[in-house]
Ligand binder design. Structure first.
Ligand code: 6LW
Length: 551
């Protein structure tokens, strides 16, 4: 009997030591801080563009009384479809995510720039509606869907398939109570050239949540088919003075991007183009201008409670005249001027201004007027809404415990077939400093934990602790449109706790660290243009955050 008790005590001790070692080997992040710098200044009567810096593309806005709600596309990230609230169109606060449950979409194997494309938010009869497209989400899921919510912060419903192809569905609620959905799709009879698309319209029944009646092709190709316009997309219809206005993006979401507008006397058309389209573009401007804004398009318009019209749209802020950018397609705001019955966002040849007079709405809330500084000490019981992961799992791969963030083991970064144990925030400035404190004792070769700047599964950068050839090192490695890691710099690491800092300066990064009370630079001015969307491709911006992988 004594022997049995001794054996049980011995086994318990082994288990405790084992567990303790396991816990000691868990990567533990004790804080994360972001400091974005901008030299753009605005006074109390002005605001700074972009009103939502960082990867917040394809904005759609709606007004309910004195409240404005906005949603952005979110692609392969989860939670997705971020919902924002504002009282003044300038200060936006995230209030939730329409896609916040694994049961809504299983994002297994979804690429960073696949998943949730351009959305549309609207409000009717006490219910919020959100339409969008889930691209290459899973073989059985039809692409276009609608979700509803009683409150904009959610919970939002499961997605209901709408049963048509193409992208960018949006709902128009007519005065007679009928609802219509317009969306991009292939043209009648098929495409005549690469990028030849059309805009289709069909009635939508909000009771059955189904499309009803015939489909009508309302725009073929774009403003002038003879010019072979490409990628007419992101359509939104609104009504003013009895006329139906259809606005859409044309020219593709890169440097040729623009916003165009059509008008009709009847919902089904014919829609005739404005004689002076586009109503917004930056494609005619010189690339070497100061503080360039480029790729402007994909706009949505909204009328304020005082009757003024404003537009939100996407654009990018290249580091320099190369057109390269890492902060993604961001949400900008500009006033709309009505000319002879047509809305114009920006006269041709004019640069998008970075400092603009505020809307005539009482300012409310804290706007991001250029610079931005925040720090997460992980003391709350859940992460703030700014944090996102790549793809999703039934339960989060991280947990918050006693002021630290720790990860269960996920997939290795760069493997699209797995979900990495990664949470990150959008890079919102071309000049920024990001830092964290990491305690990690890797047990096996290949175990790694640290900061990751992620553009895609093929384009990212790692900076942190790794066990390699039996030794613990501090390393920077990258994937530059590649399936292979490239070790850039490493040093032996004499401790298990280290402060990591990344200084971002346009297309360059400098990496420094502090260990055992000593600060050192590991690597200075490393060329990180491979993180630019122009190099990595796709539709997202750089997401920078915390990651761990343990075999
Ligand atoms: C989006 C389309 C577009 O669905 O790019 O810029 C696609 N516009 O409207 C992805 O953002």
């Amino acid at each position: 009997m004594k022997q049995k008790k001794l054996f049980m005590l011995f086994s318990a001790l082994i288990a405790l030591v084992g567990m303790d070692t396991a816990l000691a080997s868990e990567a533990k992040f004790e804080r994360f801080s972001y400091h974005g710098e901008s030299d753009i200044q605005a006074n109390a009567h002005q605001y700074v563009n972009p009103v939502m810096p960082g990867f917040y593309p394809d904005p759609s806005v709606t007004r309910v009384g004195d409240d404005y709600y906005l949603v952005n596309s979110s692609f392969g990230y989860f939670p997705g479809l971020p919902i924002f609230h504002s009282k003044d169109l300038v200060s936006w606060q995230q209030i939730g995510n329409a896609f916040d449950r694994y049961e809504q979409f299983n994002f297994a194997n979804v690429g960073t720039s696949r998943g949730i494309f351009a959305p549309d938010i609207s409000y009717h009869d006490g219910l919020f509606y959100l339409t969008s497209t889930c691209v290459e989400c899973s073989e059985h899921f039809l692409d276009n869907f609608v979700m509803t919510a009683k409150e904009p912060q959610g919970p939002w419903s499961e997605p209901v398939s709408l049963g048509f192809g193409g992208i960018d569905p949006s709902i128009f609620w007519d005065d007679d109570g009928k609802a219509y959905i317009v969306h991009n799709d292939d043209p009648q009879g098929g495409s005549l050239y690469d990028g030849h698309k059309a805009i289709w319209l069909q009635q939508f029944d909000p009771q059955s949540m189904k499309m009803v009646g015939e489909r009508t092709q309302v725009i073929n190709g774009g403003v002038d088919l003879k010019q072979q316009p490409f990628w007419i997309e992101g359509p939104h219809i609104f009504k003013k003075d009895g006329q139906y206005y259809l606005t859409a993006a044309e020219g593709g979401t890169e440097s040729n991007h623009s916003q165009v507008i059509f008008r009709a006397n009847s919902i089904k058309g014919p829609y005739l183009p404005y004689a002076h389209n586009p109503i917004l573009t930056q494609r005619t401007l010189k690339k070497d201008r100061k503080n360039p804004v480029a790729n402007a398009g994909h706009a949505d318009l909204v009328q304020t409670q005082s009757g003024d019209w404003w537009s939100v749209f996407l654009a990018v802020r290249p580091y320099d005249q190369t057109g390269d950018f890492s902060t993604g397609r961001e949400t900008f705001l500009l006033p709309v001027t009505w000319k002879d019955g047509w809305p114009v966002i920006l006269e041709p040849g004019k640069p998008v201004p970075l400092v603009v007079s505020r809307p005539e709405i009482h300012p409310s809330g804290q706007a991001i007027q250029g610079s931005l500084k925040y720090s997460d000490e992980f003391n709350e019981d859940q992460l703030s809404l700014r944090w996102i992961s790549l793809r999703n799992t039934k339960a989060p791969l991280y947990r918050l415990e006693q002021g630290a963030l720790m990860f269960r083991s996920g997939g290795r970064i760069g493997n699209q077939k797995e979900v990495p144990a990664f949470v990150g925030v959008r890079q919102q400035h071309n000049q920024a400093t990001v830092s964290t404190t990491l305690a990690f004792s890797p047990q096996h070769n290949g175990d790694q934990a640290g900061l990751v700047a992620l553009q895609s599964d093929q384009s990212f950068l790692f900076y942190g602790i790794e066990k390699r050839h039996g030794k613990n090192i501090l390393a920077v490695f990258s994937r530059e449109q590649s399936a292979e890691d490239r070790l850039i710099r490493s040093v032996p690491l004499p401790a298990e706790t280290v402060d990591l800092t990344v200084h971002i300066n346009g297309g360059k990064m400098t990496f420094d660290y502090r260990v055992n009370g000593q600060s050192k630079i590991l690597l200075a001015d490393f060329d990180t243009r491979f993180l630019s969307t122009t190099k990595a491709g796709g539709f997202v911006g750089t997401v920078i955050g915390l990651y761990a992988y343990q075999k």
